[in-house]
Design a protein around this ligand. Sequence first.
Ligand code: GTP
Ligand code: SPV
Ligand code: MN
Length: 602
Amino acid sequence: MNIPFPSQVTQNEALFDWVAGKVALCQPDSVHWCDGSDAEYQMLAQRMVESGTIEPLNPELRPNSFLAHSDPRDVARVEEQTFICSKRPVDAGPTNNWRDPKTTKSHLLGLFDGCMKGRTMYVVPFCLGPLDSRIARIGVEVTDSPYVALSMRLTTRCGHDVLRPLGQSENFVRCVHSLGLPLEEGQADVSWPCNPEERIIAHFPDTRQIWSFGSGYGGNALLAKKCFALRVASVMARDEGWMAEHMLILGITNPQGKKKYFAAAFPSACGKTNLAMMTPNLPGWKVECVGDDIAWLRVKADGRLYAVNPEFGFFGVAPGTSSQTNPAAIGTLKRDVVFTNVARTPEGDVWWEGLTDKKPPHLTDWRGQDWTPEGGTPAAHPNARFTARASQCPVIDPAYDDPRGVPISAILFGGRRPSTIPLVYQARSWAHGTFIGSTIASETTAAASGQVGQIRRDPMAMLPFCGYHMGDYFAHWLDIPESTTPDKMPRLFGVNWFRRAADGSFLWPGFGDNARVLKWIFERTDGQADALETPIGWVPTELDLSKLNVSDEDMDQLMTVDTEEWRREAASIREFYTRFGEHLPAELRAELDELDRRLAAS
Ligand code: GTP
Ligand code: SPV
Ligand code: MN
């Protein structure tokens, strides 16, 4: 087998040896070493058009863009088949699926033996974070999916550029991915190869390896994303004193031209992309996007917490995205986009639920079938996604690729809560904010397989993404301010855009109107804007509601902190906390006791 090592760009023996080992194991027909060029992008797209994985969209409506239809069994992250293979079960903790590293590795070696027969192996070196940033980390993914190779090209810094900063280092995260469907001589391929029966996504945090088999979709297969930038990176961050978080990063400028940066942790499909690039419904305010899904943060010498976006592009939820709700996303999607599991119009463009008020009369749905509104089925899968470079976003922040990162003034925690949680409240301290983050809960969404709409606790929106014991992760959060002074750390807030009226409708208009909440947070971080102390933290005495069409009664309900509801909430948190046993930091138990005390007194 001829492996096209790019020896003109690097002489890294460890890299060559590792790739050669994976070629010997997986036995692909050929190997393509990804250089990251535009010609390569076109080549990958062409191959997938030929194999039926993607189809080109009408170049006049959507230049250089494609639509992929996945296998209906491979449409979302699979948490049940995702494992943390740390030495001991206690290292993975009660919220992860643990598997023994030795037996799992031998199981994987069996699965991967010959798994790429009849296919090409793509070697994708990538860098998470700005190339010359101190916090940046390098990984290499080998995959037999051209869809993955092309998606990595849109969402990470990848190709030859990464080999220079890697140099001779052996320090790269090893990512092995296969669709798990080798082709025998003469066997015809399918348009979306996958192997749901044998699917497994296994992380080895101790040796910094990720092995993924059987899925070609999203976070299961783009190993730079949730697998590396969160699960493995959270372990690195714990060891090295920084943070890897499921957070958007945005820049916000007030009418006087003062700019701050906020980060926000919301669970999957709970509004990060939308908040990260929102168009404020408040004159004179501006929001710019640094990142929409993942943030790596660390306290720098000046004592402030800085964030970089390890990614370089978006893998965003399509349904619900429109020029009303998220005009900047619509602007991002004008060209050079890969759509997955959206519907196709007769003109060769895309459509999904919420894109337009009126449903088109006739479409091809995400399964490739004829669709009319009368059929009553969704035209796009609820977890249909777009993949595009961040640089295409009309409101991308000038600092989005700055190796120094951006200083964070506020961190928001949120989720889909039909009741109990007010629109916004502020933590009294970093420890209290860590308590709030550790207790966020949300209705489950279509981003992961399983039931949708069930409320579950999702601490810091990291439940599916923390690579070690969640109780130790809480302790790590509490330790972060140690090297600085509290006034330099970001202020912490809880938010909830999803509180519902008795008839089930959302009480809050959300989207651009969330700027009204951001304004209050902005001013609170300046020590301005009035607030009222409640048992759960500080709530606004007043929000800027100019030209907003929400009734006074609805506003009251949105801001209500109901003592009875909160007593139930506190009891449910206490029950949740028992899962962490001795790993639960005493500070968090003290915060819960304090909440109980305040509720009893109110
Ligand atoms: P992941 O990429 O899965 O991590 O999701 P995300 O957190 O980036 O969520 P995203 O912004 O893509 O939003 C998910 C869904 O929630 C979309 O259908 C949005 O239209 C909807 N949504 C986002 N923000 C709001 C809001 O403020 N109010 C309401 N009602 N819906 C929202
Ligand atoms: C999420 O589920 O939080 C996502 C999509 O951002 S995936 O990349 O599939 O994890
Ligand atoms: Mn996400």
